[in-house]
Design a protein around this ligand. Structure first.
Ligand SMILES: Nc1ncnc2c1ncn2[C@@H]1O[C@H](COP(=O)(O)OP(=O)(O)OP(=O)(O)O)[C@@H](O)[C@H]1O
Ligand SMILES: [Mg+2]
Length: 214
């Protein structure tokens, strides 16, 4: 029997890393075979993406060095995803192991389209990601951009290229529209503004429901 594929999504600081880890720990306690992973992945393309996000990889533009443009980023994310699927996600699922991924294809569909400045680019971003199978369950942690900003500040990390309050607000809106945009996919919005353990309990209930359904 194939394992379940569970994905966490949300804006920067929504708590996807926190909730992925808590879910992983809870399933380990339940004796469920489970593998925790994230995108960008630890693979070769994922490493390049992380460097681009943190500003340590720049490209030559007309007026000097700059961050890679949105098309380059979209293609890098899609390439990292096929590698991540082949090397890690699909083999684990085939072995009956539940896979939890901290971000996946919806991050590409939302961030790359939004940073392109034209929502008309969505079909192209969907197209380059069409090989990516849809998860059994995607949990969108819905937080206000104010709360997410507060949490990111608290974390004291290096600024990333998507750290812009106004952009994060638009991304939060796109995330809220996700279930309606992809009605064939199982996408659940969870209020992520609450206390960590409270959010965790809501996520765990969804995942237990998924396992009970089999
Ligand atoms: N429910 C919560 N209540 C309060 N603080 C939280 C909650 N969830 C996460 N945090 C804290 O907020 C910060 C951001 O959380 P986390 O790193 O999980 O977000 P993220 O969505 O993975 O962010 P990024 O997209 O930047 O990786 C962390 O310092 C974390 O401890
Ligand atoms: Mg994170």
């Amino acid at each position: 029997m194939k394992g379940h594929f569970v994905v966490f999504e949300g804006i920067d600081g929504a708590g996807t890393t926190t909730q992925s880890r808590l879910l992983h720990e809870a399933l380990v306690r339940d004796d469920v075979p489970v593998h925790l992973t994230a995108e960008p992945s630890d693979g070769p393309v994922g490493v390049v993406i992380r460097q681009a996000l943190s500003g340590r990889l720049v490209v030559k533009g007309m007026s000097g060095l700059r961050a890679p443009g949105w098309t380059t980023m979209a293609l890098l994310f899609a390439a990292d995803r096929t590698d991540h699927l082949d090397s890690e996600i699909l083999p684990n699922l085939a072995d009956g192991i539940t896979v939890i991924s901290d971000r996946y294809v919806y991050s590409s569909l939302i961030y790359q389209t939004e940073t392109s400045g034209d929502l008309g680019n969505l079909p192209w971003v969907e197209h380059i990601n069409r090989q990516a199978p849809r998860p059994d369950l995607t949990i969108v942690l819905d937080v206000t951009s104010a709360e997410a900003t507060r949490r990111r500040r608290h974390r004291h990390e290096v600024e990333q290229i998507y750290d812009d309050r106004e952009l994060q607000e638009r991304l939060a809106l796109r995330y809220r529209e996700l279930p309606a945009r992809y009605p064939g996919d199982r996408i659940e919005l969870i209020d992520g503004n609450g206390e960590t353990q409270e959010v965790h309990r809501a996520c765990l209930a969804l995942v237990r429901g998924l396992r009970g359904a089999r």
